[in-house]
Design a protein around this ligand. Structure first.
Ligand code: ADP
Ligand code: MG
Length: 405
């Protein structure tokens, strides 16, 4: 009897072949990290609040080889470009000022930024065994720019690989911080820690309840399948761009609101404080504040509902979250509103846009046997509005970053 040969996924196969074509050698190993869906808690991360994301089955794979010089080269199936620099050049290339163009093509700033951040973090502690030269080939089935955090996936795969090969010994939460530093300081995108923590810490059937102030993370069973439900992702194919205007404006409004309330961050404002907040600030700032404050409460309520009553009980919280993002935080777009409204009209238990907004994806919580009907209804609504056909697929909470081979 022969043992079954484990099948490689398409991304594992693609990353392995790209690395082999690049170097003429088989990789030293394969590492991967997933994208994520945020179940609830949007724009609360940089306000030191609460989020509840989970890792999705879609993953980015890094096939990595060691070099005998002190250079690092990155390639990806995403582009024909290859970027190679000396490891001692990373300190000259980074940091990138927030909102400005990195000194390397943007996609390469993610993996090279991770290498830079890992060097910075471990040089000061003296850990690591010297930084050998590295070739990295990336392949992924995480939709890029869809709000499912292909950025955290590429950071997580690269950080996991380099941490093992350079023996830098960081734990998963520390690697999440490396990824965030790369995104903030090498890419120049002012994002929070949620995506990286979800991608590093995900577990099957669990969401990560993250306190973005203490960075304490607790797994919360989601029990979607157990409740007879499925999570449908509705990728609108409207590209969002994190480092541009809207995101920065919202951050600035939140900082302004916190300053007016005399607190370090909006985490310190409660629902009971909102009446007073309304008297102190202009209408736009107040509505931004109200979104963050009520969204934090909705995350806490969702965690409690999941623990006490299961996935079926969170539908209304998802719907309220979407309304708050649409009306108060104003980060939705017509395609996201159409996805949510048509899914709900077709019987979804709850639905909301997920991710930073201005495009990207929405999710719907749907009876397992109604997935096809809801998907048809969403497609029909998009066609009737003249929108690009959405990309629809179901996801289950899945494992975080790991070494694959
Ligand atoms: P999201 O995280 O929602 O997918 P972002 O704008 O945060 O969107 O990150 C997308 C960017 O990350 C891409 O434009 C690209 O620069 C980089 N990226 C993501 N996946 C890959 C990949 N497989 N190969 C190369 N670069 C990637
Ligand atoms: Mg991203």
């Amino acid at each position: 009897m022969s043992l079954p040969v484990p099948q490689e996924t398409a991304s594992q196969e693609a990353a392995r072949s790209l690395l082999t074509a690049l170097t003429g050698h088989a990789p030293a190993g394969l590492w991967s990290a997933p994208g994520r869906v945020n179940l609830i808690g949007e724009h609360t991360d940089y306000n030191e609040g609460f989020v509840l994301p989970f890792a999705i089955p879609h993953r980015t794979v890094a096939a990595v080889g060691l070099r005998d010089d002190a250079r690092i080269r990155v390639a990806s199936t995403f582009t024909d470009e290859q970027i190679e620099v000396g490891l001692d050049e990373l300190d000259r290339l980074f940091p990138t000022a927030t909102g400005s163009e990195p000194a390397v093509p943007e996609w390469a700033a993610y993996p090279l930024g991770v290498a830079w951040a890992l060097q910075q973090a471990t040089r000061s502690t003296g850990s690591g065994n010297g930084f050998s030269g590295i070739d990295i080939a990336i392949a992924s089935d995480v939709p890029v720019g869809a709000g499912l955090s292909s950025s955290a996936a590429i950071e997580g795969a690269t950080a996991s690989a380099l941490n093992d090969l350079w023996n830098t010994g960081l734990d998963r939460a520390a690697l999440a911080r490396i990824g965030r530093r790369a995104e903030n300081e090498a890419v120049g995108a002012p994002t929070g820690i949620m995506d990286q923590m979800a991608s590093m810490l995900g577990e099957p059937d669990a969401a990560i309840f993250l306190d973005c102030r203490s960075l304490e993370a607790n797994l919360v069973p989601v029990g979607v399948a157990q409740a007879g439900l499925a999570i449908l992702v509705m990728d609108t194919r409207v590209q969002h761009a994190h480092s541009t205007g809207g995101y920065r404006d919202r951050r600035a409004a939140c900082e302004r609101g916190a300053a007016i309330m005399g607190v370090p961050s909006l985490r310190d404002v409660s629902v009971a404080d909102l009446d007073r907040a309304a008297t102190l600030m202009d209408d736009v700032t107040f509505r931004r504040v109200r979104h963050i404050v009520t969204e934090n409460q909705r995350v806490l309520d969702t965690v409690r509902m999941l623990r006490e009553h299961g996935a079926r009980a969170i539908g209304d919280l998802l719907v309220a979250s979407h309304a708050s993002m649409r009306d108060d935080f104003e980060i939705s777009v017509p395609e996201l509103d159409t996805a949510v409204a048509s899914a709900l009209a077709a019987g979804a238990i709850g639905a909301r846009m997920t991710g930073g907004g201005f495009g990207g994806a929405a999710i719907a919580l749907v009876e397992q046997d109604a997935v096809a009907d809801v998907a048809d209804a969403v497609r029909a609504a998009f066609a009737a509005s003249g929108f690009t056909e959405p990309h629809l697929f179901t996801v289950t909470p899945s494992a975080g970053a790991h070494r694959d081979a």
